[in-house]
Design a protein. Structure first.
Length: 465
């Protein structure tokens, strides 16, 4: 059978008679468990521990050159992995108990030590030290894992006091663990609603109290120690012990400022015209719908103005698409300058624009804006050394007389614009029901013409090429 190596023990004792008794107990002829060395002072012990590996230190708390807790700290400083068993006088037992909290594993009262008790204390101390080392390794591994992940992690006890922050949490909050350990979560980590600015109740306390997982509201903002605001997303969960009892809570959160900014940018791009920056047709019904809702509440009117540039195709074809694009940008800027901040200018597409006017007292009040739009578009545009003149035709529909929903108002404004163009361009027309009848008749004539052509081709056969 293979012999197991003896556990090395260093006895630090300046009372030679006491040292002899302990040596006799450990060096029992039938025991090969321990290998004992002896020094009489702390200074000699430090030299010994600095050059040799020792498993257990048997330390007298009443040394001449180091006593009490100081002696324990000095041993731990030079040999942190050694187990420590204390030798204490009966009247110093209180200090021995305190020394256990400093990292010692056990203590014995001098004058009451028996061989079996000494052996048991040494073996138990060595075993507890191994367990502590294992737990320390596991803790360091968990710490390293938590420090390597990209999310911030904060743990609290059941009392709501902070027990842990990983490095990401330290960076995001601006607080170091050593500064917040033992302090209430609400004292150090402030989370507010990004819209209202109101403080969000401690999510950790809620998870602990209700014993269930949860999340923060969507627009949660973390207020850093320096006052900087960070948009965050999170998950919160209770922490349980082996018996299933709640012992605290953990919150895991991440900085989503960049993600939200990108989402906002993508949403803006999807809803706005890339050339002019104006809202596009995706937002059109929403803007008209808002104007209708406001008019309904205020018992007033709203107007939809449909604009189409006159002769834009000729300008685009003769001067090129680059100049045409710059002209559209110039027109867009001028339209924005003509309307009030609550009103909207939308690019419908091509050379068509729609202006939505809110809170009109009377339908005819829209004429003021229409006249301003006609003039500002007609003023000469100076683009890349070109002096360009262009006009616009405008159709107007008014809520509620010309329609009760966005789709109807837009369609009727388009119909009115068609009639304005037919009347000679650079003109405007308010929608009327007669326009609808005329458009329907025109559409019916077109339909009859197409049907007649289809019948003729069917009867005569394909035309010769």
């Amino acid at each position: 059978m293979e012999k197991r190596p003896a556990k090395t023990v260093l006895l630090i004792e300046n009372q030679l008679e006491e040292a002899r008794r302990i040596r006799d107990m450990i060096n029992d002829p039938g025991s090969t468990i321990f290998e004992l060395s002896h020094v009489e002072s702390m200074s000699d012990a430090e030299k010994h521990l600095a050059t040799r590996s020792v498993g257990i230190v048997l330390l007298d708390l009443g040394l001449a050159d180091s006593q009490g807790l100081e002696a324990v700290r000095r041993v731990r400083a030079v040999s942190p992995r050694a187990a420590i068993v204390l030798l204490s006088s009966a009247d110093a037992e209180v200090i021995a108990v305190q020394a256990i909290q400093e990292g010692a594993q056990d203590y014995l009262i001098k004058g009451q030590i028996e061989p079996r008790e000494l052996m048991r204390a040494l073996l138990n101390a060595a075993e507890r030290k191994v367990i502590e080392e294992t737990q320390l390794i596991e803790k360091e591994r968990a710490q390293n894992t938590l420090d390597c992940i990209g999310d911030a992690v904060i743990c609290t006890a059941a009392s709501g006091k902070i027990t842990f922050l990983n490095r990401v949490a330290e960076m995001m909050t601006g607080w170091a663990l050593k500064d917040v350990a033992g302090r209430a979560m609400t004292e150090c980590v402030r989370i507010v609603d990004g819209i209202t600015g109101k403080i969000i109740l401690d999510p950790m306390a809620k998870a602990t109290l209700q014993d269930r997982k949860g999340t923060l509201p969507l627009n949660s903002v973390l207020i850093r120690r320096d006052g900087h605001e960070v948009l965050i997303e999170d998950s919160v969960a209770p922490i349980h012990d082996r018996e299933g009892l709640v012992t605290g809570a953990v919150i895991v959160f991440r900085d989503v400022s960049a993600t939200r900014a990108l989402e906002k940018e993508l949403t803006h791009s999807a809803q706005h015209d890339f050339l002019t920056g104006l809202p596009n047709r995706i937002l059109l019904k929403d803007r008209v719908g808002q104007a209708i809702s406001l008019a309904r509440r205020q018992r007033c009117h709203a107007a939809v103005l449909f604009l189409d540039l006159d002769g834009f195709k000729h300008i685009n074809d003769s001067l090129g698409h680059l100049i045409g694009d710059k002209l559209l940008q110039s027109v867009a800027r001028r339209l924005l300058d003509c309307v009030r901040s609550p009103d909207s200018v939308i690019r419908q597409g091509g050379d068509e624009f729609i202006v939505v006017i809110q809170e009109l007292k009377r339908p005819e009040d829209a004429v003021i804006t229409v006249a301003r739009l006609l003039k500002t578009v007609a003023d000469v545009h100076f683009i890349d050394q070109h002096e360009i003149s262009v006009t616009t035709s405008i159709g107007v529909s008014v809520y509620p007389g010309d329609g009760l929903d966005a789709e109807t108002l837009i369609k009727n404004a388009d119909t009115a614009m068609y009639h304005a163009k037919k009347n000679g361009k650079e003109d405007y027309q308010f929608f009327s029901l007669e326009m609808t009848v005329e458009s329907a008749e025109h559409s019916s004539i077109e339909q009859d013409l197409w049907c007649a052509m289809d019948w003729y081709e069917l009867k005569s056969g394909p035309a010769a090429i």
